[in-house]
Every structure is written in structure tokens, then in C-alpha cells.
Design a protein around this ligand. Sequence first.
Ligand code: KG4
Ligand code: ZN
Length: 350
Amino acid sequence: MTICILGIETSCDETAIGLVADGRTILANTVVSSLELHGPYGGVIPEIAARVHAETIATVLEKSLEEAHLNLDQVDAIAVTQGPGLPGALLIGLAFAKGLSLALKRPLIPVDHLAAHLYAGEMSDPSVVPPYIGLVVSGGHTLLCVVHPDCRYELLGETRDDAVGEAFDKVAKLLGLGYPGGPIIDRLSTEGSRLAVRFPRSHTQKPLDFSFSGLKTAVYQHTEKIKRSDLAHSTQHTEERKETSVADIAASFQEAAVDLLVSRTLRACQRTGIKQIVVGGGVASNQRLRERFSDAAKEGKWRVIFPPPPLCVDNGAMVAGIAFPLLRKGKTAELSVVSDPNLCLTERST
Ligand code: KG4
Ligand code: ZN
């Protein structure tokens, strides 16, 4: 018998609901983003995100059911992101999920957002089974872990400061490129030289940790230097020179960030002897990251799985997907369950 799970995701600025059969088959994956409302502020405003979730979540549910040609009676369980994420935003999704669970008399399954990002790799390629190395690269997190069978996670390393998506967003802001910066830098980098500036690759005390704040500062210092020299040598070609420089800086920054992600991940493979890698989270859409990992995989030592872009961004299908093995393990919750803005994979490792 097919088990159909409805997955609700409201951890940040996407109001998303997915419907997935047996943890694999995506019947619907509706995502509505409040991104354009945050753009003018250069980052997500938590109150706006929560208000938009409250306003739109019922419509997103209707759209999702319509897309799947299902009605609510055909849903067997309700899954929802418990954390990590913005406290107010998480509350809206969880309250909505509890309402559905109560009204439909269906089990409620709380889900870790980061685990769901990695499960997107398993959904996109059924031949991917744990154990594998998970690299989570999002706006709020950057971490490496071993994903063991039975949804167990072993943290290997994490960022000591900014998340990589946050670094993309901050660098884009200081280059005057707009928000969110990741996709803009990704696109602009194709017009620049990644060898133009040799930005530092940060060293961390722990060999599998990440650090991006030094890189961000180096980009800032470099742009300040250019501004000073532009002022000193102002000519009629200044505009042209500045434009080239921004694409070059973007490409060089991206190369340094990607270098760090790829080198740490391959180091994790060497240390654990695990040869399969799943990359999840918004930054997994990055073209250069995909290119660098597929180059590494060409040597035949590793297999790297990237979910397709709609499963890299925050979405409800990944939440519904991972809830299937959790349901089979009996990981359902009472209606008294609370959200946890600081939830991290490691808490489920025992
Ligand atoms: O996973 P996600 O959708 O939300 C969080 O859970 O944080 O990730 C959003 C992050 C943002 O920082 C955004 O700039 C970044 O992912 N991002 C990218 C790309 N697309 C989105 N970063 C680099 N290259 C991209 N193509
Ligand atoms: Zn995310």
C-alpha cells in the first residue's frame, strides 16, 4: 500500500508544501517565496517572513493538493520542519501541521531541515543509500557529516563563522549586486576570471571545519583598494574597468569558497573511507561547485550526487520524503511538540 505524506516547510522565506509517495515519488512540490519583499533590506526580515507564511500557507496547501490531484483524506501523515530556522517562521508551519494532524487524525512527524536537504539526494537518485558523506551548504549552515543508515548523523565539521550562502550574500551586497547574492555571483562569475585575484583559503584548527569570514574580509579590502586607486587614476575608461573588476572579484571569491568546500569534503572521504557524497542546500545549485565536484569524480574515486535545483532550495517535498523512513521507525510526535530554531543533525545521532 502506498503511503502519501504531506510535508510543510516554513523555516525561512519559502512557504512550501510537498506531497510524496513512499518517500520517493514527488506528487507535488509547491513553493511560494517572499524573497522580493526582503530584497530592499539585503536579507530576510523574520517578521515579514512569518507574516507571509501565515497569509499564504492555506493557499499553498490548496495548490499542492491540486497539483497532486489528491484530497486531504488521501494524506496518510503530516510532516513539518521542526528546525533549524527562524523562530516565528517555524511556529507558523508547526501550528498549521498540528491543525491538520488533529483534524485529519493523522500522525505528525517533525523533521530536521538539514537532514531533509541531504535526503533530497536520496530522493533524486534511488541508488544512493547511506552511508555517505553529507555536505550541507545553505544560507544558515555549512557542515560535513556522515549519514549512516537509519537516519543517524555523525558531525565531522562545520563552519566556525559565516555559512557559505551567507558569505555569498554578504559579498554580493558589498559588491552592490543585490539579494540573494548566491545566484547573482554564480551568473556573474561566468563573465569574470577566477584567477584574477588570489583570495585566501582559510585554515581552521580542525581539519574538517570551514571558515568564510576571512575570505569575506579579503574581498572587502580588495574592493576598497580598487576604489582608492580608481579615485587616484580616474580616466574616461573608469566605468569599463570597474565592471570587469566586479565580475573578476565575484569569480575569484567564488573559486576560493568552492575550493574550501571541495577540499574539505574530499578530505572527509579520505578520512572515513566513504566514497559517496551528497551535497544539499541552496548553494548546491552553484554551477562552479557542481563542476568542481564532477571534475573530482571523473578520477573515479568518488561519486557525487547533487539534487536537481528545485530540490536544493527550501521545499516541502524533501520534508515529506525524509518523513517516510522516520514514520517507519515510529518517529511521530505528540501535539505538544515544539519547534527548535537551533536543531542540528547531531542531536539525532544517538
Ligand atoms: O537552503 P536555502 O534555500 O535556505 C536556507 O536553508 O538557508 O539556501 C539559501 C542560500 C542563500 O544564501 C543563497 O544566496 C544561496 O543559498 N544560493 C546560492 C545559489 N543559489 C542559492 N549560492 C551560490 N550559488 C547559487 N547558485
Ligand atoms: Zn535550507
